[in-house]
Design a protein around this ligand. Structure first.
Ligand code: UD1
Length: 343
């Protein structure tokens, strides 16, 4: 394997990890996936293998276990790591902050430590639009100020960005890119991979598809009295396959020597705000069904509106969100039907 064309993907069995693994392999990269299945299933990798038509190199590894992680670095030559492995439930992070700080930061620092020790230069970190908090100006650019995090989960994203910035400044040969994801939704067009939330989904689209499948009685739309056109929150929903391609563009940029500074940040969104109500209506129309929903109290911690200025990603990464929202919403429903065995 050519180390320049090989990528270690931690958390590669998860929602973003599986789609990114497919996109990397389709772009000609070799991928080494590690995951501890703490919030994913081995079957997700079967889906990846079916799509790409070959075996994926995989190790069941907890990135918090530095000895196990060192073994991965010893066995495989790769220049680039994409670090997805992390917990991601905002509410749970409020109840169990130490679980989040421990897992999300220790695993991340282990990865960076190994990269330093083994002189592996490139790291791509999964950050989130959550770092912008309740932004004063919209859309947000990468220069928009970060707001103090309102959850331990959000705080781990901010801290991890800062750790990466500091490592890139201090360690010769280190290069880092932080991708700030907006709201990833949808599934692969094959319906062989998608999001697999455990328990009651926190995020909007999995709740919608589970309601459509009859698993949830009714969708609650959190707040219809925001200062937005229809009173519901505005978000930037980005197709998961487009998001996956942004990782390939970022890896290309790191390995081609096109980075202008050693640490870069990119917004990964569509640049288009969509309200919760609009998303629900579009889902209904795109899939020809009706969703039971009601308006409920605002959810604490939600910001009224956030969407991306994507100019930097469009220009520097040469990447743009392309997939049509209706197709994305159809893919979300196809995936839900696939996992629930609904015709
Ligand atoms: C959430 C997290 C964010 C994280 C992201 C990961 C919060 C406050 N933010 O973003 O930190 O990076 O997930 O995917 O949790 N909604 C409903 N009914 C529902 C679920 C959601 O009306 O049952 C609304 C929400 O109020 C929000 C929109 O749908 O306006 C999107 O919600 P969600 O999918 O949870 O994403 P974010 O809150 O934007």
């Amino acid at each position: 394997m050519d180390s320049k064309k090989t990528v270690l993907v931690s958390g590669g069995a998860g929602y973003i990890g599986t789609h990114t693994t497919v996109a990397l392999i389709e772009a000609g990269y070799d991928v080494v996936v590690i995951d501890n299945f703490s919030n994913s299933e081995a079957s997700a990798l079967d889906g990846v293998e079916k799509i790409v038509g070959r075996k994926v190199v995989f190790g069941e590894i907890d990135t918090c276990d530095i000895k196990a992680l060192r073994g991965v670095f010893e066995r495989h030559a790769f220049d680039t790591v994409i670090h997805f492995a992390a917990y991601k439930a905002v509410g749970e992070s409020m109840d169990e902050p130490l679980k989040y700080y421990q897992n999300n930061l220790v695993s991340y620092m282990n990865v960076l430590e190994m990269m330093k020790e083994f002189k592996r230069p490139n790291v791509l970190f999964s950050s989130s639009a959550t770092v912008y908090g309740n932004a004063e100006e919209l859309p947000v650019t990468e220069e928009s100020p970060r707001q103090p995090a309102t959850s331990p989960y959000g705080n781990t994203k901010q801290i991890a960005e800062d750790i990466l910035r500091d490592c890139c400044a201090a360690y010769e040969g280190f290069r880092g890119i932080a991708l700030r994801y907006f709201n990833p939704i949808g599934a692969h067009p094959s319906a062989l991979i998608g999001e697999l939330p455990s328990g009651v989904p926190n995020n909007l689209v999995p709740f919608i598809t589970q309601t459509a499948a009859g698993i949830r009685q009714s969708l609650s739309i959190f707040g219809n009295d925001y200062n937005t056109p229809d009173g519901t929150c505005l978000r930037d929903y980005i197709d998961i396959n487009d998001l996956a391609r942004a990782h390939v563009a970022a890896v290309d940029r790191m390995t081609d020597g096109r980075m202008q500074t050693r640490y870069e940040i990119f917004n990964v969104g569509t640049g288009r705000p969509v309200s919760v109500l609009e998303l629900v209506t579009r889902f209904e129309k795109a899939n020809g069904l009706k969703l039971p929903y009601r308006f409920a109290e605002r959810r604490s911690g939600d910001v009224p509106a956030v969407w991306a200025d994507t100019a930097r990603a469009n220009k520097e990464l040469g990447w743009k969100a392309e997939r049509d929202l209706d197709d994305t919403l159809r893919s979300a429903w196809e995936w839900e039907k696939h996992i629930r065995h609904i015709q």
